[in-house]
Design a binder for this molecule. Structure first.
Ligand SMILES: Cc1cc2nc3c(=O)[nH]c(=O)nc-3n(C[C@H](O)[C@H](O)[C@H](O)COP(=O)(O)OP(=O)(O)OC[C@H]3O[C@@H](n4cnc5c(N)ncnc54)[C@H](O)[C@@H]3O)c2cc1C
Length: 399
């Protein structure tokens, strides 16, 4: 069965929803294909209970719908989900669930995209044929666990943090959290408050800032240079935390926003983890060297420890290059855009990427509006072209 559709969007996360809403506002027919049985599955099924948006609400809304003034500055996960549910209804977004896109390619003969899908409920295949393909399958699509020598021999439990909900099951257990990004640091804190004997692997230099500092920094970036904002962030961070090197925590040489804008590491928002580390309630270890026997882990500095559970907060990878056959028209081998921001969202032959700028929801807002506008301009240009061709044929035939 072939289904014709002007625009096919792969993925019903915030990026897919934002793009569909922008297209609907321009009356451009589109469909969103989602492998899961719900939209925004990352937020609904693969994030922990205490999560709040790390950035202030002014930096996290999707296009055409600001957050309600009743909501707090840092929106809890559940309220964000309600906002997304409401977004789908408001903009009449058309989503087909349980549709796993396993292949998409550009047909040079027809000039259209063929998107091959498996309906995982009916277990039947479908083919969508589209003029435009929007890749919105997410930077955080597949959980990533690094290779660790003898990890498969570890006799405790280990899993990626996208399966972590809260610390209730870990009371009095020895838990090691690997990773010092926002998820790792927050899960470390959460575990310590639920009575787990918590330890963390913090390997690379990282900036720690409280939410309010990040909010001030993001607001100041509208008016001041990154350099000046970073100087202030360094100053505030030192004032609040002092020198953290004796706890194994080192700040990068480059400022937090310079790093973020380069598409590198975002500053880690401290929700109370540093206080727990300083109080000795969370231990800090260096990189894991290997799993010894049983539940013993050896670290690169030669220390060892016994753990019941390892939680990997080691990030995600995209999956674009696995299903988009012609991914090179827009993406590199790692499934990230070839072109640097702000030119990262448009490829050849009507393919677009939304949500791949490493700029979170703010980046999604930017991408979705640009993609919808570009599609609209191209459709109108094609219409004018077709009308001109028709007029020329009529003129010729009248002679
Ligand atoms: C824990 C966490 C907290 C975050 N907090 C913030 C924050 O506070 N502020 C901020 O700005 N950003 C934040 N981000 C970053 C970013 O905003 C979110 O990851 C956001 O959900 C990205 O939206 P997305 O639509 O691009 O990707 P996703 O939310 O990952 O959605 C992609 C969708 O595509 C579907 N999909 C993938 N492959 C296929 C396929 N082959 N076929 C069909 N469907 C497919 C997936 O099932 C998924 O539903 C956070 C990220 C994480 C992981």
């Amino acid at each position: 069965m072939e289904i014709q559709m002007p625009v096919v969007i792969v993925g019903a996360g915030p990026a897919g929803l934002a793009t569909s809403a922008c297209l609907n506002k321009l009356s451009i027919q589109n469909i969103v294909l989602e492998r899961d049985d719900c939209h925004s599955s990352l937020w609904r099924k693969r994030t922990y209970d205490r999560l709040k948006l790390h950035l202030g609400k002014g930096f996290c809304n999707l296009p055409h719908k600001p957050f309600s003034s009743d909501l707090p500055l840092f929106i809890p996960r559940v309220d964000f989900l309600r906002y997304l549910d409401d977004y789908v209804t408001t903009f009449k977004i058309f989503i087909r669930y349980n549709r796993f896109v396993h292949e998409a390619s550009f047909d040079v003969n027809t000039g259209k995209w063929r998107v091959c899908v498996m309906d995982s409920v009916k277990n039947v295949g479908e083919v969508y044929v589209a003029d435009y393909l929007v890749v919105a399958s997410g930077e955080s699509c597949d959980a990533y666990i690094p290779k660790i020598t003898r990890l498969e021999k570890f006799e405790g439990e280990y899993f990626h943090c996208n399966k972590y909900q809260n610390g209730r099951p870990y009371y009095d257990k020895n838990v090691l959290v690997v990773g010092s990004g926002n998820s790792g640091m927050e899960i470390g804190y959460d575990l310590s408050t639920w009575g787990a004997n918590t330890a963390m692997v913090i390997r690379s230099p990282v900036h720690f800032l409280i939410k309010e500092m990040v909010y001030i920094g993001m607001t100041m970036l509208k008016y001041f240079s990154v350099e000046n904002v970073d100087k202030l962030m360094f100053f505030m961070s030192k004032l609040v935390y002092g020198d953290l090197s004796k706890y194994g925590l080192v700040r990068p040489k480059e400022g937090p926003f310079a790093l973020k804008l380069k598409g590198g590491r975002t500053p880690t928002v401290d929700v109370g983890t540093i206080k727990q580390i300083k109080a000795g309630k969370i231990k800090v270890y260096s990189e894991i060297s290997s799993i010894k026997n049983g539940k013993t882990i050896e670290f690169v500095d030669g220390k060892t420890g016994e753990f019941d559970v390892i939680i990997f907060a080691t990030g995600y990878r995209t999956n674009v290059h696995k299903w988009l056959k012609d991914y090179k028209v827009l993406f590199n081998e790692n499934g990230m855009p070839k072109a640097a921001y702000p030119n990262h969202w448009k490829g050849e032959n009507g393919v677009y990427g939304v949500g791949f700028s490493r700029r979170g929801l703010q980046g999604i807002n930017y991408d979705a509006q640009r993609v919808a506008k570009d599609i609209s301009v191209t459709i109108n240009a094609r219409k004018i072209h077709a009308a001109d061709d028709e007029a020329n044929i009529l003129l010729k035939s009248s002679y």
